[in-house]
Design a protein around this ligand. Structure first.
Ligand SMILES: Cc1cc2nc3c(=O)[nH]c(=O)nc-3n(C[C@H](O)[C@H](O)[C@H](O)COP(=O)(O)OP(=O)(O)OC[C@H]3O[C@@H](n4cnc5c(N)ncnc54)[C@H](O)[C@@H]3O)c2cc1C
Length: 472
């Protein structure tokens, strides 16, 4: 008998596989179970990775289009959908098989199958090969992620109705596409199809795109999307859809109750995600879920059942791959007996549209809601040499600070590459940096990262490229 901890992880997304790998590194006996052939989860198979591969192609298409402003003309691009799909699938295969190989190196016992609890420490695993196995463990981590949310009344049986998974399979380049939902997934996929030549419209129930993101950041994106997209309908909702000869006829109601009908070649329903606890047998454990179905955990990722932990999308917002991985690592450290907790000061969020939007830490809306005293300092990208060389001065770097000690509370960016730049902001917040730290840190020139340093300089009325004397 070994005295090693026997751990099972259900679900091999970025939360589950990160947890399983660390557990193996810490000397545990690890079994990782997933329905798919390899680890990867939603993120690698039908989320972050395929969407970013396609957004990369969209970026190239947009840049070749814009190159005409700089004296270079490429002509109309010819999109070979089969080849593009093949390339995107290769990206997914390469990464998922790569993670599968890393699991083998670490001697993680990967089982392809569906797991469900028979009691707190026993799982019945229905394997892909048709066999069934009952296995007992010391501890179990649930990392089963989330599923696509639907609206039953709009769930018509039509190949022209896409969700995020089928949209990523690139069934066609629709002449017109209606995206229902102005969240990040809808806007990212809408941007992909727009770049491929579809006329894209968006309908959003609320009064702005990307609810939850800072309006100063969203305003730049909205402006560009209004130019690129056919129509953006805010304060509006789809009340009826039916398949007609060449598309889907959609009835849209605005906030005054007025309705309009339009036919779209394809419709993408992208209204959010819900917990994936179906068939898990949670009723055989002491695990509790909240009203919305997310598993309840404390800051050590412990559920109400002492032998069961939960991480990632299944425990709720923010539903992001890097949050899932970090929680996975915390759960494993707690199981290993370390004094660990999930207490980040900042979880970065990135919207990979063009321009990108990224933020970390406190947002201005949150500061207002929580009545936190703050000051804002901003650097407009129009004053950034690097942004101008890219012909992309439509961005901003915005920092929220504590007025007492100028400690950085939150950072938001809008502009190309914002998703890469935000990592510096996360580090600054986590390390308790203040604006003087940022101002005194020499940033390379000419880069967009200088906008972070100069935003700090603006606060003191000393930005080299912005004349904004400090108010007394
Ligand atoms: C289109 C799209 C784009 C996205 N882009 C980004 C992005 O750019 N950045 C970002 O951070 N996040 C992004 N996300 C979100 C990200 O994919 C999720 O936050 C992340 O995958 C959550 O990881 P997880 O480990 O919690 O679970 P998941 O990745 O959802 O994995 C859960 C796994 O559990 C398996 N499973 C479920 N039930 C069982 C069971 N009973 N037995 C065995 N296996 C089971 C599933 O098959 C799945 O493989 C995107 C999502 C989508 C849909």
């Amino acid at each position: 008998m070994s005295d090693k901890i026997n751990l099972a992880v259900i679900g091999a997304g970025p939360g589950g596989y990160a947890a399983a790998f660390l557990a193996a590194d810490l000397g545990m006996n690890v079994t990782l179970i997933d329905k798919e052939k390899n680890p990867g989860g939603v993120c690698l198979y039908r989320g972050c990775i395929p969407s970013k591969a396609l957004l990369h192609v969209a970026k190239i298409l947009n840049e070749t289009e814009e190159a005409k402003n700089w004296g270079i003309e490429f002509g109309k691009p010819n999109v070979n959908l089969d080849k593009l799909r093949e390339w995107k699938n290769k990206v997914v295969d390469k990464l998922t098989s790569g993670v599968g190989t890393v699991a083998k190196f670490r001697k993680v016992n990967f089982i392809q199958g569906t797991a469900s609890f028979t009691d707190s420490t026993t799982l019945v695993i229905n394997k892909k090969d048709g066999t069934k196995e009952d296995l007992s463990f010391d501890k179990i981590i649930i990392a089963t992620g989330s599923r696509i949310e639907t609206i039953p009344s709009l769930n018509i049986d039509s190949k022209r109705l896409l969700n995020s998974t089928t949209a990523l399979e690139l069934p066609a380049i629709p002449k017109s596409l209606l995206v229902i939902g102005g969240g990040y997934i809808g806007l990212e996929l809408g941007s992909v199809y727009q770049a491929f030549g579809s006329k894209v419209s968006v309908v959003e129930m609320l009064d702005g795109l990307l609810p939850g993101a800072d309006r100063d950041l969203v305003s730049h994106l909205s402006k560009r999307l209004k130019e690129k997209f056919e129509n953006i309908m805010l304060n509006s909702k789809v009340v009826e859809m039916k398949e007609v000869k060449d598309g889907i006829k959609v009835k849209i109601e605005d906030k005054e109750g007025k309705t309009a009908e339009n036919t779209y070649d394809y419709v993408l329903l992208s209204i959010g995600r819900k917990p994936d606890t179906s068939g898990l047998g949670l009723e055989n454990t002491k695990v509790k879920v909240n009203q919305r179905g997310w598993i309840k955990v404390n800051n050590q990722m412990k559920t109400d059942d002492p032998d069961i932990f939960a991480i990632g999308d299944i425990v709720g917002e923010p539903m992001l791959a890097h949050k899932a991985s970090h929680e996975g690592r915390v759960a494993v450290e707690v199981i290993a007996g370390h004094k660990s907790a999930f207490e980040p000061l900042a979880i970065p969020a990135v919207v990979f549209t063009d321009p990108e939007i990224a933020w970390a830490g406190l947002t201005e809306n949150q500061a207002k809601e929580k009545k936190i005293t703050y000051e804002v300092t901003k650097f407009p990208w129009a004053a950034s040499g690097r942004a101008v060389t890219l012909d992309r001065s439509d961005g901003v770097t915005k920092i929220l600070v504590n007025p007492e000690n100028q400690r950085i509370l939150g950072i938001g960016l809008c502009g190309p590459g914002a998703g890469e730049l935000i990592a510096e902001g996360v580090l600054a917040i986590e390390m308790g940096a203040n604006l003087t730290d940022l101002k005194l840190t020499i940033h390379p020139h000419p880069t967009l990262s200088e906008t972070m340093m100069e935003a700090a300089e603006v606060f003191f009325g000393q930005s080299t490229h912005v004349y904004r004397p400090k108010k007394n």
